[in-house]
Design a protein around this ligand. Structure first.
Ligand code: G2I
Length: 453
């Protein structure tokens, strides 16, 4: 692999010395938020296992009290979801805007949470001007970007995703095309890590990618790169495994073994963007498998989920996170907490969550009627429920209460989720209601089955 040192041998030597100091220094900020009950939150339970439990955070949601309080109660680390990306901080060459990212870092510091910096060099969310540069200018711009951003946050970041997603999917094991790869060649990754070490020797420097969670051509290529870096003294401290899973891309059976083989190269490993599409006990089981894999690998130092609530997930329709749209704890939450050795009171666990939905007409008049659906939890506590209500056109639902509705494209099918009334003890009930404008049709609405979480 070719290395083009940005400042010749002198700079290279300084970078290596700085790297040694970085290993000796205590990296990052203190660990867990101090307030939580060790048994009852994700963060405190993970801390008891010597690990952090983090989440991606969007600055725009910090003002929502349920968002902030769930963050502050449950998590001990944050990753800005978009706010530190190149297009957010340097949309125009050499003009830096840290406002949104600063908001997240300040919040995290106020709560003694770790911050993962995401990300310095990535092909995506890259402003157009970067791709338009000549090789020489691009190299300067890349090193300047790393230098300016890391200097701004020096001492505040536990670990940086220095380079993100540099390899292709599939069987080639090749590098992904990007302005960096195409103009600077293979050596750009090494150069980015050396520059990063020279700027903040106390930050852990990570390579981060997806579809590298099991052993495959892509993870083999990353493994070869990390091995080469370690052998040649290129500064790398950690490898992030994004872990975006769904039915097409489930938790690999060799997940733990793959984490372990990287750890055996002498780097820390972290689960950096965990989310698993699905619901109920299947989703909970997958989450359990991920947590258990991390706990089984000594150098797996933390887990970050890619968001707090399903409603703000980048793939919201797949409900991939631990909290539902009302911040109710899902079965997956309970499963993670229990895998971490905690024992919270959040319901939904154990795969036994169930509920029933029953319709009744509560009022009618010439032109419309009110309906009510009573939701009753089964033999286990539940933390959320979903019921669909279908009306017959040209009927329209004109009002709802005690629920959070969403609609299909026809406007005839309403999917109702809780509005603060998702947590039900075993056998307990709640109800939601709605007004239907008949438009000449008095057919009773069709209420679908109840799905619990
Ligand atoms: O795609 C999932 C993740 C894969 N690994 C790297 C992560 O950085 C990446 O995160 C996602 C964010 O969760 C999304 O929120 O990265 C996406 C962009 O590649 C983010 O989506 C973008 C939208 O595409 C933009 O339209 C939007 O303006 O979020 C922006 C800010 O909301």
């Amino acid at each position: 692999m070719m290395h083009r040192s940005p400042g010749g041998p002198g700079l290279l030597r300084r970078a290596l010395l700085a790297g040694t100091a970085g290993v000796l220094a205590a990296a990052g900020l203190a660990g867990a938020a101090g307030t939580a009950d060790a048994a009852s939150t994700l963060g405190a339970s993970a801390a008891a296992k010597g690990r952090y439990f983090g989440t991606a955070v969007a600055a725009g949601h910090l003002g929502e009290s349920a968002y902030a309080s769930t963050l502050d109660t449950e998590f001990t680390a944050v990753t800005p979801e978009n706010e530190m990306k190149w297009d957010a901080v340097e949309a125009t060459r050499n003009s830096f805007n840290f406002a949104s990212a600063d908001q997240i870092v300040a919040h995290a510091q106020g709560k003694n949470m770790k911050v993962r910096g995401h990300t310095l060099v990535w092909h995506s969310q890259l402003p157009g001007w970067v791709g338009g540069l000549s090789a020489i200018d691009l190299r300067t711009a890349m090193n300047n970007h790393i230098t300016q951003v890391m200097t701004h946050y020096k001492g505040k970041i536990y670990a940086w995703d220095v380079v993100n997603e540099a390899y292709q999917d599939g069987s080639s094991g090749a590098r992904r095309s990007s302005p960096f790869q195409d103009k600077l060649g293979d050596g750009y990754i090494e150069e980015a890590f050396r520059t990063a070490r020279s700027v903040d020797p106390n930050a852990k420097l990570c390579y981060n990618d997806y579809n590298t969670d099991g052993q495959n051509a892509k993870s083999n290529a990353v493994y070869a790169m990390v091995k080469d870096f370690k052998q040649r003294g290129v500064p790398i401290d950690c490898v992030g495994f994004q872990s975006h899973f769904n039915s097409a891309s489930p938790v690999p059976s060799d997940y733990r073994a793959n984490l372990q083989r990287f750890a055996d190269l002498g780097v820390d490993v972290q689960i950096t963007e965990l989310d698993i599409e699905g619901s109920g006990s299947a989703q909970a089981t997958s989450y359990t498998n991920v947590v258990n894999a991390c706990l089984a690998v000594t150098r797996c130092t933390g887990i970050t989920v890619w968001g707090i609530t399903d409603k703000y997930s980048w793939r919201s329709s797949g409900t991939p996170l631990l909290f539902d749209g009302n911040y109710g704890k899902k079965a997956a939450y309970t499963a993670v907490l229990s895998a971490l050795g905690g024992s919270g009171s959040g319901g939904g666990g154990g795969g036994t969550a169930s509920c029933t939905a029953a319709y009744s007409l509560t009022q009618s008049w010439n032109g419309g009627f009110n309906g009510q659906v009573t939701v009753t939890a089964g033999s286990a506590a539940i933390t959320g429920w979903t019921v669909t209500v279908t009306v017959t056109p040209p009927q329209k639902v004109s009002a709802t209460w005690n629920g959070t509705p969403s609609w299909d494209s026809s406007g005839n099918v309403m999917t109702m989720k809780p509005n603060g009334n998702g947590n039900l003890a075993a056998g307990a009930s709640t109800s939601f209601g709605f007004t239907v404008t008949s438009n000449g049709t008095t057919t009773a609405p069709k209420v679908g089955s109840c799905t619990a979480s």
